[in-house]
Design a binder for this molecule. Structure first.
Ligand code: ARG
Length: 452
């Protein structure tokens, strides 16, 4: 039997260069498990449609299950001379059941097969991604709870702005991860497992026969009937042409990468000598071959750097798809490497970030030194004047002048006398404003935040 799934109309062998150029098995071997699940489902459909006898069905199932168990055990060896994983599995099945394998491809095309296997892969990987997101979120929430009493300077434009709770800073990232998780969930839920598109025009099998629950074929997914319901293709042309689900995933992963990159950037800045807000555990840092004193945040830099790859993968698939006429075109084979790569990057990032956050230490003394900057309380002094009946704009100008005076004359507002303060406004009373130059008072005066 030919090693290919096609060949009848060809008189010449394929040029080895073409074989090499068109091959995808070097990466789509990752779909092995899901290709087998697709075939097991297809066998059931063929039996229902009368294309297979009960004996033929069980023989094919038995053969496929042996191959499946080698994938599950990690002993599956892809034959890299095959065009793709779908061809390889068909050949492996031929070795077990002989010519009966010829019937397996009845009313089926790789175009449909590839979409099904890729969607199954995506559904499972997206579930794993949700778990990894939740684990990092838990690490952030735990760190927030452990540092609940710490107040730090908040920044806008990288300049001291107003004091904020460190807990709220960390929980801001937790909010982002929760939205990421929702996005991943929506993306998963949107993926419809379909079959029956054939190459593009549908098959002679009646649509109702394509209704199946395929959850039982994946050990950990048994019972997740809703997630793994197989349906007949509503539109066969769309079914084999659609790669939106991959673009949705690469988009969702890019947003996760962007959030992780911002977290990484904050931590890189905080770990610098100039800030010294945090100390990253030795296990999550690397050193310099030349400068013995160095402890570098390389992990965080790579998390920041990999964002470029994640965006690149998204743009790559968007670009592959943008000019393709319906239906299947071989260009679409190029969706898999970016997809696999983005899943791999983001899952590694989430794991390593969870470990880093769990072991992260905050330097209370250094953070508190930064809170001595009286500029952080300037807005509170504006509110103080507003409460005394001064219009906000006027209060803003008065306190602006007061802050500038303190800077220009290297004096602290808290050590200015009532008479000095009166030059700016007779409503500024020393013993009252001293109480406001306090991080806890500042933070507690903010009532607009409805804590969950
Ligand atoms: N490896 C291919 C892919 O991933 C298989 C589909 C080939 N289909 C075809 N009609 N030539 O897209």
């Amino acid at each position: 039997m030919s090693k290919k799934l096609w060949g009848g109309r060809f008189e010449k062998a394929t040029d080895p260069l073409v074989e090499e150029f068109t091959r995808s098995i070097q990466y789509d071997y990752k779909l092995a498990e899901y290709d087998i699940v697709g075939s097991l489902a297809h066998i059931q459909i063929l039996k229902k449609a009368g294309y297979l006898t009960a004996t033929e069905k069980s023989k094919l199932e038995k053969g496929l299950k042996v191959i499946y168990s080698s994938v599950a055990k990690g002993t599956f060896k892809p034959d890299c001379s095959c065009e793709d994983i779908h061809t390889d599995i068909q050949n492996k099945l031929y070795a077990k059941v002989g010519d009966l394998v010829m019937k397996l491809h009845t009313a089926r095309s790789r175009n449909d097969q590839v979409v099904f296997a890729t969607k199954m892969y995506c559904k499972i990987e997206l579930m794993r991604l949700q778990i990894a997101l939740t684990e990092l979120d838990m690490a952030l929430c735990e760190s927030a709870a452990n540092n609940g009493d710490l107040i730090m300077p908040g920044f806008t434009h990288m300049q001291h702005a107003q004091p904020v709770r460190l807990m709220d800073y960390l929980l801001a990232y937790s909010e982002m991860l929760k939205r990421d998780c929702d996005r991943v969930w929506i993306t998963t839920d949107n993926i419809e497992l379909t079959m029956g598109a054939g190459a593009l025009a549908g098959t002679p099998i009646e649509s109702g026969k394509y209704n199946l629950d395929v959850s039982g074929y994946i050990p950990d997914m048994k019972g997740l009937t809703n997630a793994f319901k197989l349906r007949p293709a509503v539109n066969s042309i769309d079914s084999v042409s659609d790669r939106d689900f991959i673009i949705d995933i690469l988009g969702a992963i890019s947003i996760i990468g962007m959030h992780l990159s911002r977290l990484a950037e904050d931590l890189i800045i905080w770990s610098s000598k100039e800030f010294d807000f945090i100390s990253i555990d030795d296990a999550f840092c690397t050193g310099s071959s030349l400068m013995p004193q160095k402890k570098n945040p390389d992990v965080l830099e790579l998390v920041r750097g990999y964002t470029g790859r994640l965006y690149g993968n998204l743009v790559s698939v968007l670009t592959v798809m943008k000019g393709l006429p319906l239906t299947y075109n071989r260009d679409m084979q190029l969706d898999k490497e970016p997809l696999f790569n983005s899943f791999e990057i983001v899952s590694n990032e989430l794991k390593v970030m969870a470990g880093l956050i769990k072991t992260l230490k905050f330097n209370k003394v250094k953070i508190e030194e930064h809170l001595e900057d009286e500029g952080l309380y300037a807005t509170d002094l504006v509110y103080y004047l507003v409460d005394k009946g001064v219009a906000f704009k006027e209060a803003h100008t008065i306190i602006g002048k007061l802050v500038k005076y303190a800077i220009d004359n290297s004096v602290e507002i808290k050590s200015m006398t009532d008479n000095e303060l009166k030059k700016f406004s007779d409503k500024l009373i020393r013993k009252e404003i001293i109480k406001l130059l306090n991080p806890r008072v500042s933070v507690e005066s903010k009532k607009s935040i409805k804590r969950g």
